[in-house]
Ligand binder design. Structure first.
Ligand code: CA
Length: 284
């Protein structure tokens, strides 16, 4: 057993024994609320209040479907965030269903954001760009804090595979630096997604490319390109971060979705250090 596990186990025993153990159990309607993560420096949302958690507010609402907290499927406990029956628009055409919440981070979060969420998708893998989580930060030297003035990182799926992106402010959100994995998104099962948005990147002149892990294994990016409209081959300068300020989660389809699709997101967590997939899945 490594030191990290020992420390984690000790924490479980001392303070969170039932809560930590619960992460290993099947969802149970009788299970009381749990944090879904034990990291004391992380912000965690397990949705066990059965309603949208404090601090999260509706942000995008386009086309068909609903974003709500319900008990139709959960990774932990009884509840999860559910993007229900999203549809609208056509594949290959801009515009699609968007249902999200946003959350203002506490001041001085810092320039490095690790994240973790469990995501369940059914019944088909969308081909269109489906954003799942993003985090934004002010441009260097800028006093602007409005949502549409912020640089941002995103984790998503695209052409049925996992994808990560660095964006300038949206709109338009491009030219953007796009990384597409060779890994199909997990269908009809829970996927543990982790990401690292390193907006500091040591002494490098630009913020780091996003990194992403599936069930503890880091994804590789065989496809890397600049997307812009009109097209360009000039990559954006990834401006460095001082503090991440805003999170967004839910599902954002940038092109159409003809098959009504459901997503559940549970045990969402962010923090300045890696959170991992839980007691049974320590970081590799
Ligand atoms: Ca839950």
């Amino acid at each position: 057993m490594n030191a990290r596990l020992s420390k984690f186990s000790a924490m479980c025993f001392l303070a969170l024994m039932t809560a930590c153990a619960r992460g290993q159990l099947k969802p149970d309607a009788n299970t009381p609320a749990t944090t879904g993560c034990a990291g004391q420096e992380s912000l965690c949302w397990d949705f066990e209040d059965g309603t949208v958690p404090a601090g999260w507010t509706p942000h995008r609402d386009e086309f068909n479907g609903q974003l709500l907290v319900d008990d139709t499927r959960a990774h932990s406990g009884r509840y999860a965030l559910h993007a229900r029956q999203l549809s609208g628009g056509k594949e290959g055409t801009q515009g699609g269903p968007k249902k999200t919440l946003r959350f203002d981070l506490p001041a001085h979060f810092g320039p490095v954001l690790w994240g973790r969420a469990y995501v369940y998708t059914t019944p088909e893998r969308p081909a269109s760009h489906a954003g799942l989580f993003s985090a934004r930060y002010p441009r260097p030297g800028s006093a602007d804090r409005a949502f549409d003035t912020l640089d941002w990182y995103e984790v998503a799926t695209y052409q049925q595979k996992y994808m990560a992106i660095w964006h300038p402010p949206e709109p338009p959100g491009f030219p953007e630096w796009v990384l597409v994995s060779g890994t199909p998104l997990v269908l009809d099962g829970w996927a543990c997604l982790e990401w690292l948005f390193d907006g500091a990147n040591g002494s490098h002149p630009e913020a780091a490319e996003p990194r992403m892990w599936l069930d503890g294994v880091e994804l590789e990016w065989p496809e890397r390109f600049v997307f812009s409209d009109p097209p360009t081959t000039v990559p954006p300068v990834r401006e460095k971060a001082t503090d991440f300020t805003v999170l967004e989660t839910g599902v954002v389809l940038y092109q159409g979705l003809s098959v009504p699709t459901d997503w559940w997101i549970d045990d969402l967590a962010v923090g300045p250090r890696r959170i991992g997939c839980g007691q049974g899945h320590p970081p590799r």
